[in-house]
Design a protein around this ligand. Structure first.
Ligand code: ZN
Length: 485
């Protein structure tokens, strides 16, 4: 039976248009999804948008639109940008989809029926920016650490609460003990430690309904309340498998990917909700860090937000994927910027890969070399493609930039080999034979085909071009893959 692999990105909140942070997670997930497809697995790659909550209702009103019209518009901007970056998701979920609403509502009703939900009074702070309740200890100088320019709202209202506190020990065991039936892995290790130590400090029950927020899914047992947007949004990962045709067996997810700001929701609250509802928990949760833009935190107020459109226009789809993955903020924040990206583009793509491909093409053309067709299966198999084997060990740990470093070592290696052999100096007939070996026999072309296939999850369009260019009996001349900018 084919191995299944279900991978998700977070569903992005529609109060924001796509930026480099969303782009980072979605490109990373696409690379991993493509890699698992390449290994022959049956992959389900899910992304989408999170569309309920007060902030959405407010922004819609400010834009003179109904909440639904507003969501349609912003959701489209996410849905349409991803394919332009060669991101091939299998399904795009929207939490305003009635099928999601129905299943999410049934799961929450189950929690209520099982006695995990009770009515209480909530009093405390709420950050509209995060759509999140904040404890006194979460505040920094009285503000939300992620939204220091926004005044947190003080709220007092009747809410329904979920008994999160009763899951403290269950979760600690599930995270720590690989033999626990609810075991899930939190990666990288530093994030696992962070979650465990916070859990050990103790957790409070959490409010899971809102009385005054109408743009949401009504609590099925008390229609005066709507389900707290975060609880309902998390459920998307499960609901999609239940209503997208043919995906029922994909639950539990193999891998949730996300940035560190939503760690707690995904590694504590989500699993507690699932365990309470007798549903299996996801297998792995991988959390990456943030991009800093020229050394600073990215923020609207600083005006340093980079959009995927900007990257696409300047670099093109595959180069953007390369720049994102090679600067991937695995465990620590990664410092990027348009200037830095341009330098990296010129060094690694225009002068590196692009130049190498042009060089080999030119050598073949100048000497009018004809090839016998090459059997591509050698390069397309992890058993025989050495570069792919090295890439594999890094991709299994989600170390995207290290995986690319391996490929770039091969690119540099081939470049040095050609430099050393100096085939352009060979002219006599004896020399021609030697040239034939160097180019076709073929260190160069074989290496390039090996490189292309290992590169395929990262830069699918480029990989295809290189393969096409060098696998036939005649080398196809092409325009420069990555013109200098
Ligand atoms: Zn906030």
């Amino acid at each position: 039976m084919t191995k299944k692999f279900f991978i998700t990105t977070p569903i992005y909140y529609v109060n924001d248009v796509p930026h480099i942070g969303h782009t980072c997670t979605t490109i990373a997930a696409d690379i991993l999804a493509r890699y698992h497809k390449l290994l022959g697995e049956d992959v389900f790659f899910l992304t989408g948008t999170d569309e309920h909550g007060n902030k959405v209702a407010q922004e819609a009103a400010a834009a003179g639109l109904t909440p639904k019209e507003f969501c349609d518009k912003v959701s489209r901007s996410f849905k349409e940008i991803w394919p332009k970056l060669n991101i091939q998701y299998d399904y795009f979920i929207r939490t305003t989809d009635p099928r999601h609403e129905k299943i999410a509502s049934a799961v929450v009703q189950k929690l209520y029926d099982k006695g995990y939900i009770y009515k209480g009074m909530y009093e405390g702070f709420y950050c509209l920016g995060c759509e999140k309740f904040l404890n006194e200890k979460d505040l920094m100088d009285g503000k939300c650490p992620l939204h220091p320019n926004k005044e947190p709202q003080h709220q007092k209202e009747e809410n329904y609460f979920f008994k999160l506190s009763s899951f403290k020990d269950v979760l600690i065991k599930a995270i720590s003990d690989p033999n626990d039936p609810n075991h899930y892995e939190i990666l990288p290790e530093s994030k696992k430690k962070e979650v465990l130590s916070k859990l050990k400090e103790g957790v409070d029950d959490i409010s899971i309904s809102r009385e005054k927020v109408s743009w949401g899914i009504p609590c099925p047992w008390d229609k005066k309340h709507t389900i707290y947007v975060w609880v309902e949004a998390l459920l998307n990962y499960y609901t999609a498998t239940q209503f997208v045709p043919g995906k029922k067996d994909f639950w539990p997810a193999d891998l949730h990917t996300m940035a560190k700001d939503i760690l707690w929701f995904h590694t504590v609250i989500w699993e507690a909700l699932l365990i309470a509802a007798d549903l299996p928990v996801p297998k792995q949760i991988f959390i990456h860090s943030f991009y800093l833009i020229d050394g600073q935190k990215m923020s609207k107020s600083l005006g340093n937000v980079i959009s995927p459109q900007q990257l696409l226009e300047k670099f093109g789809a595959d180069a953007t994927r390369y720049l994102i993955a090679s600067s991937f903020p695995f465990d620590k924040d990664s410092n990027v910027g348009l200037q830095k990206f341009t330098e990296k583009y010129n060094a690694d793509l225009a002068n590196g890969l692009g130049n190498l491909v042009a060089r080999v093409t030119k050598l073949c053309e100048n000497n009018n070399l004809q090839f016998s067709p090459i059997d591509l299966s050698i390069f397309r198999s992890i058993e025989t493609n050495k570069i792919l084997q090295a890439v594999d060990s890094f991709l299994r740990e989600y170390k995207l930039s290290e995986a690319l470093t391996v490929i770039w070592m091969a690119i540099k290696g081939l470049d040095s080999y050609i430099d050393k052999e100096r085939p352009w100096e060979l002219t006599s007939s004896e020399a021609k034979k030697r040239l034939d070996i160097i180019i076709r026999g073929s260190e160069s072309i074989r290496s390039l085909l090996e490189i292309a296939y290992a590169l395929a999850p990262f830069m699918p369009e480029t990989a295809k071009k290189i393969e096409k260019q060098f696998s036939g009996p005649k080398i196809i001349s092409s325009t420069s893959l990555f013109p200098r900018i």
